[in-house]
Design a protein around this ligand. Structure first.
Ligand SMILES: [Zn+2]
Length: 443
């Protein structure tokens, strides 16, 4: 059987920003046989007969975004999200590689279930899905999984996310293995003795609302412990969803000492405060909770001085019924893929984060944390499979959750105006999302 070769795709006349190669210039990018074959201003990048042309005047062309932390809910919670809907939502958000957390049912704690996720992703997913395996069997925090088996099944990290690795001895063993396997341990840092029954950030607002608070110390304590264990073992530690000023300080000092740690922060922890709980109720209920302006300033500073390596969404979809209840009963989580860029661009428009830094934290920086056995990611280098995102940095749009591809409509941003929108996403050479306003023509 003959395979019809697809036409070369020319992304024509945009601003190419690729922090991995130090590129920031107006030009075009050519994709041939699914790979990046040329970029720049030369002859090669003018429309030729037989090309598909994606007009990108006024748009930014950058490597596809990589998300090191999301929840796809399959298997077990398909009413909240599936690999199909989750990857479609991610594509609309400009992501071409996403790493899914293992708190599914059953959890991703053995080779067979990793194979299942990979095969569903290959047939039903529209972008690359790289699973994260459990640290402990059944995410129960008692006994390590067969981490070697999970590594050969293709997990890119280990985590019991949703729960911390509460047992210090278990965390020490996991970090020992991380050293041997060359894969990071991603910890959800929460001292559960301090957070039991906790609903939101502990402070004046939690007192006013009569909701039990979650203090910054609950995170800081486990971050400090994990850093001590990373120092002890030499293992690779990755801190999930950093939310406090204290964590940023601890990670900064640990990096100065040469401890092998990387850290992520979410768009919501960078842009929303605990005050959102007053206006948006359960859709602003997230763990760790939305904190204060002071924490946000520390997180932004952490991004700018590379204490915090990357931005990850922690996309956590829930059904409307899940969130339509009293605050205390509602599950934690925000549906984050489709608003990530728009909300993060507010930091660029305010002058708090350079555009190139934002793009690096979504592309080449997360690529560094993923073992390169999964291919060269986060770059527009010639010859790599073409993962490319196009976005309009200045377009205002209203967040309409009814238009979300995600089943999760749970976001405090519903109805708000964001400035900056993803306009097209190309995953491994295939156009997997295009906004109606972007013109595609065959010459
Ligand atoms: Zn978590």
């Amino acid at each position: 059987m003959m395979n019809k070769k697809s036409s070369p795709l020319l992304i024509y006349g945009g601003r190419i920003i690729d922090p991995s190669q130090g590129i920031d210039e107006i030009g075009s990018l050519l994709i041939t046989d699914g790979k990046i074959s040329w970029l720049g201003k030369g002859e090669m990048t003018h429309p030729q007969p037989g090309y598909d042309v994606l007009h990108s005047q006024g748009l930014i062309i950058c490597p596809g975004f990589i998300d090191l932390h999301c929840h796809l809910r399959q298997p077990g919670f398909e009413e909240k999200e599936t690999i199909a809907t989750g990857t479609q939502a991610a594509a609309r958000g400009g992501f071409t590689t996403i790493c899914c957390m293992p708190n599914t049912n059953p959890p991703l704690d053995n080779q067979a279930i990793i194979d299942y996720v990979k095969s569903v992703a290959a047939t039903e997913g529209v972008i690359r899905v790289l699973p994260i395996g459990c640290i402990s069997k059944g995410r129960k925090g008692k006994e390590l999984t067969d981490m070697g088996d999970l590594a050969s099944a293709g997990v890119i990290a280990f985590s019991d996310d949703g729960e911390p690795a509460a047992d210090s001895r278990l965390m020490r063993q996991a970090l020992d293995y991380s050293l041997a396997l060359g894969l990071p341990i991603t910890d959800h840092c929460e001292d559960i003795a301090l957070t039991e029954g906790g609903q939101m950030n502990e402070g004046i607002i939690s007192t006013k609302l009569g909701l039990r608070g979650i203090p910054n110390a609950a995170e800081d304590i486990i971050v400090a412990r994990d850093l001590a264990l990373a120092q002890l073992t030499g293992g690779r530690l990755h801190i999930a969803h950093t939310s406090t000023e204290g964590s940023v300080d601890l990670i900064r000092r640990a990096k100065e000492k040469g401890i092998r740690v990387t850290a992520e922060v979410t768009p919501h922890h960078l842009t929303l405060t605990e005050e959102s709980v007053i206006g948006y109720g359960t859709n602003a209920k997230v763990n760790p909770p939305l904190r204060t302006k002071r924490d946000i300033q520390a997180l932004i500073q952490g991004l700018n001085d590379n204490t915090i390596d990357i931005i990850a969404t922690d996309h956590a979809p829930h059904t409307e019924a899940d969130k339509l209840c009293g605050f205390a009963l509602a599950p934690f989580g925000i549906s984050g893929f489709e608003t990530a860029l728009g909300s993060l661009m507010s930091l660029v428009h305010d002058g708090q984060l350079a555009l190139v830094t934002l793009i690096a934290k979504l592309t080449c920086e997360p690529a560094k944390i993923i073992s390169n056995k999964y291919g060269k990611l986060g770059t527009l280098a010639i010859g790599v499979p073409a993962d490319v995102t196009l976005f309009n940095p200045a377009l205002n749009w209203i967040v309409d959750t009814k238009a979300f591809a995600s089943k999760g409509k749970n976001t405090p941003l519903a109805g708000s105006v964001l400035k900056g929108k993803v306009m097209a996403t190309i995953s491994q050479g295939k156009l997997v999302y295009k906004d109606d306003y972007v013109k595609l023509e065959t010459i």
